[in-house]
Design a protein around this ligand. Structure first.
Ligand code: FES
Length: 107
């Protein structure tokens, strides 16, 4: 993914909300934490199936609904070790639209 793709409007994901989208066959979940948007690969890397969209917010992180591994929404780092680190994506807002761009970490 090298370009930004429009995935939602700003109104669709107000603060405290989340939305899962599909970009280039990848499921990505967007979180709005106090007005700041984050985008993370939706499938938990632990068992490769659990949807992080159903996880619990923990600071600037999301805890998997299955076993509680926590993923930092800024860096993709997992609190259980780097083998579980996951992808996070660039996000920008343009004219009321939310766009998801390339992966921003080095996973
Ligand atoms: S499947 Fe996500 S922590 Fe186990």
């Amino acid at each position: 993914m090298t370009n930004f793709t429009e995935v939602a409007t700003v109104e669709e994901i107000p603060p405290g909300e989340r939305k899962r989208v599909e970009v280039n066959n990848e499921l990505i979940t967007l979180f709005n934490l106090d007005g700041e948007l984050f985008a993370i690969y939706d499938k938990c890397p632990h068992k490769k199936t659990a949807p992080l969209v159903r996880g619990t917010i923990n600071g600037v992180g999301i805890k998997c609904p299955n076993h509680g591994y926590r993923f930092d929404l800024k860096t993709g780092k997992c609190d259980r070790g780097e083998e579980w680190d996951t992808r996070v994506y660039q996000v920008k807002i343009d004219n009321g639209k939310i766009l998801v761009g390339p992966v921003k970490n080095t996973i």
